[in-house]
Design a protein around this ligand. Sequence first.
Ligand code: GDP
Length: 325
Amino acid sequence: MTVRAPRPDTHRVVALCGGVGGAKLALGLARVLGEDLTVIVNTGDDFEHLGLMISPDIDTVLYTLSGLADKERGWGRADESWEFMRALGPLGGETWFQLGDRDLALHVLRTQQLRSGRSLTDVVGDIARRLGIAATILPMSDDPIRTMVETDEGTLPFQRYFVERRCGPAVRAIRFDGALEAAMSAAVRAALAAPDLRAIVVCPSNPFLSVDPILAVPDLRRLVEASQAPVVAVSPIIGGKAVKGPTAKIMAELDVPTTSRAIADHYRGLLDALVIDETDAAERDLPGVSTKVAPTLMQSDADRERLAGTVLAFADEIAAIGSRS
Ligand code: GDP
């Protein structure tokens, strides 16, 4: 149990975030916190495709926080057109990964700027400012860390597993190539070690594919664990199911029950608290973490903002009690 001294002037919040599920809560937090929010985003899904550097989770966060995202599809830009893809196929180009015409502008610009020697952190910071985003959006590292999915059909790079194979092959293990050699950026370190940190929020992203790669950045997990700020996660599991995506399928394949208790177990030692859905109220007594039962399904922006408020209020409660198990 850590007994914390009172920290009245804390205001900054760091969120750890993957793509679509995480970005929903990141948007709620951004609406409540504005520039007091820093979002550290998974780059384990990044890859080079057609000569372009693609950062799918970063782009989902950029588009979501700037209001440009296609809410139905969950990824890419709204009002997208697909002329590039239509032209690409007949030329013999690979079409398994969809790149919208407007979306392409971001990939081309990022690729050009990275090739000119700028860091991903700088490039993303610049684009976020130009899109009018008040929050700070940080890649988890400027060095390449690549999520590799070991399946019953062999090892697949993340996008081949997720997009091309539509998460079909059964997952045996997940590894993060390059993590041991990667460095934490100065910006990520400063955000996590900020003396005025109010809370660290683990968004309801896929723990295995979106949050674990962030925690695999050397020293990052230790900084979160050592933080004086409360660490609060929102469970991505509602009523024994994932809201979207392969989280539940992967949990089953890894022999992990699809429960919020299993999410708490997965993050053991990291979290002070877990917000679980009201559907799962029966799971509220979890060993090692405080729980808050709340509606966690984010269908509207009002839901996103409400859940963000719940998470922050819960973090403040935890900070006031000053206990960590
Ligand atoms: P991806 O990288 O695009 O797959 O997205 P994330 O990893 O950030 O999010 C995927 C997870 O978000 C899934 O496990 C979903 O269950 C979860 N998720 C999506 N929408 C919601 C929601 O409204 N509430 C909660 N609690 N979880 C959600």
